[in-house]
Design a protein around this ligand. Structure first.
Ligand code: UFG
Length: 328
């Protein structure tokens, strides 16, 4: 099977590419390298260009006999989306519509879409199930919700089949691999905690007065390789006639910011300094997924269920790549 991976040079996309190659699939990567790293997909077939460029997409789809698309390419910084909503809607929604139109033109029927817990906004209760209301509180989450809505209409008009995978907090890195998390700028807790350990600088804890046992926010952290397994399963599910739909990807339990820092201290064996900081705008107190639907319908079985395992894999990457990818 030939699978087109958009955003394949990014953190999650590159783990998907590596996993598909290990499974013997023929992989084609499309990335504009605005935020991704060519080094993360060294040795794979990489087309560099824009999703909005229909002629470019036609070239890729005509040259390669694409059977399915796994679509990661998107901007994903919540804070940035608040100040640049137009950029987010244009890139995340506009880019995806252009991709969907190309799929229709080239008779490609299957897409796995990288959605987000951000589609739910501030949940009324946890764990969050897929049937709960979608009330995004920022343009990033709204862009994901809009694409999910578009997918439904492409299915009814063009028989396109999709799985929208709603990620909770993705972390960790491939074991023994040369790929890991490198964002510019980095905003995610786990890489920042590990950098704090490496550099002997404090990690800022955004808010210590949330209605949680230790006052800091709780999130459901999922290892990137478990997340990717769900993509592979979702694709086989669709190919075997499974119904299109949305699936949460999270472990069903969470850790507070303070618990993450404490666990990171043991995983890395170094002191980590902490600095209290004000709440970050838009952070819900608790986000925990119900991943039951993915387990039941897709047969998904996450294996990295220990927080220490996730942190250790991320630490190995950070230790061996203190400056991340260095080519750009
Ligand atoms: N945090 C800190 N200090 C930091 C960075 C983060 O205290 O330096 C806290 C945040 O306030 C939050 C928690 O750590 O409480 C996790 O923050 P991340 O930025 O790592 O992750 P988010 O939960 O904000 O974001 C995740 C995904 C987004 C997605 C969002 C949905 O990474 O892509 O969930 O709400 F949009």
């Amino acid at each position: 099977m030939t699978i087109l991976v958009t955003g394949g040079a990014g953190y999650i996309g590159s783990h998907c590419v590596a996993s598909l190659i290990r499974r013997g699939e023929n992989v084609v990567v499309l990335d504009n390298l605005s935020r991704g790293h060519a080094a993360a997909v060294a040795g794979t077939r990489l087309y560099r260009g824009e999703l909005a460029d229909s002629a470019f997409l036609d070239t890729v789809f005509s040259r390669e006999k694409i059977d399915a698309v796994i679509h990661f390419a998107a901007f994903s910084l919540v804070g940035e989306s608040m100040t640049q909503p137009g950029t987010y809607f244009q890139n995340n929604v506009g880019g995806t519509l252009s991709l969907l139109e190309a799929m229709v033109r080239h008779n490609v029927s299957y897409i796995i879409f990288s959605s987000s817990a951000a589609v739910y906004g501030e949940p009324q209760s946890v764990p969050i199930t897929e049937d709960m209301p979608l009330c995004p509180t920022n343009p990033y989450g709204e862009s994901k919700r809009m694409v999910e809505a578009a997918l439904k209409w492409f299915e009814s008009a063009h028989a396109l089949r999709y799985a929208a995978l709603r990620y909770f907090n993705v972390a960790g890195a491939a074991r023994g691999g040369n790929i890991g998390e490198h964002h510019e700028p980095e905003t995610h807790l786990i890489p920042l905690v590990l950098k704090a350990a490496q550099q002997g600088k404090p990690i800022r804890v955004f808010g210590n007065d949330y209605p949680t046992p230790d006052g800091t926010c709780i999130r459901d952290y999922i290892h990137v390789e478990d997340l990717i397994d769900a993509h592979v399963l979702a694709l086989s599910y669709l190919k075997n006639g499974g119904e299109s739909g949305a699936f949460n990807l999270g472990l069903g339990y969470g850790f507070s910011v303070k618990e993450i820092i404490e666990a990171a201290r043991s995983a890395v064996g170094l002191p980590i300094l902490v600095e209290d900081a004000p709440r970050r705008a838009g952070d819900p107190a608790v986000l925990i997924a119900s991943g039951d639907r993915a387990k039941r319908v897709l047969g998904w079985k996450p294996v990295h269920t220990e927080l220490g395992d996730i942190l250790t894999s991320a630490w190995i990457w950070h230790k061996t790549h203190p400056r991340g990818y260095t080519e750009n």
